[in-house]
Design a protein around this ligand. Sequence first.
Ligand code: AMP
Ligand code: MG
Length: 493
Amino acid sequence: MSSTEIDLGVSFDNSYANELKGFYVSCEGDKAPTPVLVKFNQALAEQLGISNRNAEQLADVFSGSEAPLGSAPLAQVYAGHQFGGFSPQLGDGRALLLGEVLDESGQRLDIQLKGSGRTQFSRGGDGKAVLGAILREYILCEAMHALGIATTRALAVVTTGEPIYRTRYLPGAVLTRVAASHLRVGTFQYFAAQGEEDKLKQLADYAIARHYPELKQSQQPYLDLICAVRDKQAELVAKWMLAGFVHGVMNTDNMTISGETIDYGPCAFMDNYDANALFSSIDQDGRYAYSNQPAMAQWDLARLAETLLPFINEDSDDAIAQATDAIKGFWDVFKSHWQLGMRAKLGMTTEVEGDYALCEQLLESMQAQAVDYTQLFRQLALDLSSDSADAETLFSDPSLFILWKALWHERLKKEPLATAERVTMMNAVNPIYIPRNHLVEAVIEAAEDRSDYQPFEALISVLATPYTLQEGKEDFSLSAPASFGKFTTYCGT
Ligand code: AMP
Ligand code: MG
């Protein structure tokens, strides 16, 4: 790193580097041949207090070529269950935590580079990332944020000028990711697998102080930590389900302790509703298919709970019983969030017996009907406001849906809201615009093949206000044309 470090105009306050020695290795980014800042998230930069607007300096910093003043770049170590199999050592193979800053509301946030070069944890990988995958993560995570779903954020995209070999040579790029932290279930698993109980406890205390400070006073802080992460993840996965989002790689190293969505590799939103929706080329068994997501989150949480058993109870049988109860509680929390969200999507504000079944029945009527999930909910509100029945036309065979709609209309009679209010409420939670796969792919192609970032900017702009109808942007609300075919995502991004 250069001795004249670049000042971003923000003060770093690096708790991970300072408090968790032995949990990382210090390292440097590679020098990019010709770093160019192709996207900078001004609003997020302001939130973080970054005042430097010199594009060249930002490109140097956010490619990993130069360390910003006050940073302490490092690669974190972690382990993880990947598709059910345990890898005792993963770690940041191509990521570099520059450090932490306190944002305008005092929240501590990590600033991390992804794709800045090899680290001690790279194993066989090149430590790099390609532009298409970086733009994809930028679009997806910022769309999730605009939808109101907890997620890591994207601050910058820098092209490095270095061609990176995947199945062919592609432009290299670095993403700057901002996160509440990069603590993962896999971070706990690493120290548990090493048998390093002291470090494990230190990690748990750090996680509590950083994410769940209210638990410091608890009689059972480590059991409560499990419950707190469980509750956050249950809410998160409920929101994914409600939005039609398939994460695609819910390995324990990709589950955050903070409850933010992380790792936008093989994820995708579904167009047509399908309980078995699956996009990842490497998930042959459908382990992380759409409807498996809650069960997989619970499985991951059980892996977290296992690591904390020694601190829950001296009697290991009692510890297991207490942790098991905590993990079993996942379903109730998940269901209550899902139910609340689905009620809102359907314009229902009160709780009536049978609502859960009613919501499930809607999904059943949608299965294998080639009905666009996002469009349907918006159409339901439109039909209410105009007294029309166009939602039917979205189904290849609407017979089950028509039966369901009659039940729903009956149910709505028990609601206090007037129709206009109901429509407003539904429109506030049912997006018009999601990052549809064919749109994202077109954006990537334009950037990769023609260095044309205009389609990327246009898509980002539409997705920033997903619940508001935007003049002349109808194309962004349509499902993929038939010619787009079945969408598949690939790892090795
Ligand atoms: P992911 O599938 O992105 O969650 O990554 C799983 C693990 O592989 C993490 O430890 C990554 O840091 C590492 N990894 C992924 N891609 C690369 C790469 N190109 N070079 C080095 N390590 C990588
Ligand atoms: Mg990952």
